[in-house]
Design a protein around this ligand. Structure first.
Ligand code: URA
Length: 228
């Protein structure tokens, strides 16, 4: 696979710490230029993601897509990976699926632009770089990127994680069970309640499933309010 192995082969050493390549078998958590990802604050974490070369996706990206929203928020939404528009704009969920996601979030009183408070939400992807041609993420790419998401969860301190689509669910819950079997239950990631739902790109193709996504949002609201 062209997308893995790069970290092991490319051992270029450079004066620019952000351009270091993680040795084979090591994730950025082990090699972060500013120390372990697990202890980074927001600025160091942003910088680490910006300069990440832990997998081959760094070669095809226009830019990394860190995430958007309030740095402390009750809700954290997790999608899959940047698509073409996200790669160009540097922001998650800005295409048609993103417009649907924004409408869904508005329906539950959340707004990606809210700086803090009840409306606040943080939106991130499992992968911070676009897979070429929007192909599916590989397990290695997910494993290399996971420390960043884990640290984002720790920093945001959400009351609720909304995992959208198969890859978010697989990465957070370490399961390959279909979403239909996992939704409408409260799961956990690092102790934080996780609600599973369909990816908005899927909902655009399967409009009848929107009713189920609404049920999932309602459960998420109850869980975030401690009534789930
Ligand atoms: N799909 C995702 O999962 N994330 C994005 O940022 C865009 C589309």
């Amino acid at each position: 696979r062209a997308d893995i192995g790069t970290a092991g082969v490319n051992t270029v050493s450079t004066a620019n710490p952000a351009a270091r390549v993680a040795p084979a078998g090591m994730s950025p958590a082990d090699t972060g230029a500013n120390g372990p990802v697990a202890s980074m604050g927001w600025p160091a974490l942003r910088e680490a993601v910006h300069g990440c070369q832990a997998c081959g996706l760094c070669h095809g990206r226009t830019q990394t897509v860190f995430g958007v929203g309030a740095e402390r928020a009750d809700w954290l939404v997790v999608g899959e990976a940047p698509g073409e528009q996200e790669d160009l704009r540097g922001e998650p969920f800005v295409g048609p699926a993103g417009q649907l996601l924004d409408a869904m979030l508005r329906a539950v009183g959340k707004d990606r632009q809210a700086p803090a408070g009840e409306q606040a939400v943080f939106i991130a992807n499992v992968l911070k770089c676009r897979p070429p041609g929007n192909r599916n993420p590989t397990p290695d790419e997910v494993a290399q990127c996971e420390p960043y998401l884990r640290r984002q969860v720790e920093l945001v301190q959400p009351k609720l994680i909304l995992a959208l689509g198969r890859f978010a669910v697989q990465a957070l819950l370490n399961t390959s069970e279909p979403i239909g079997r996992l939704r409408q239950q409260v799961h956990r990631y690092q102790g934080v309640p996780v609600i599973v739902s369909y990816h908005p790109a899927y909902l655009l193709r399967a409009l009848p499933e929107k009713a189920k996504a609404w049920q999932d949002l309602c459960l998420a609201m109850r869980v975030a309010e401690g009534q789930g």
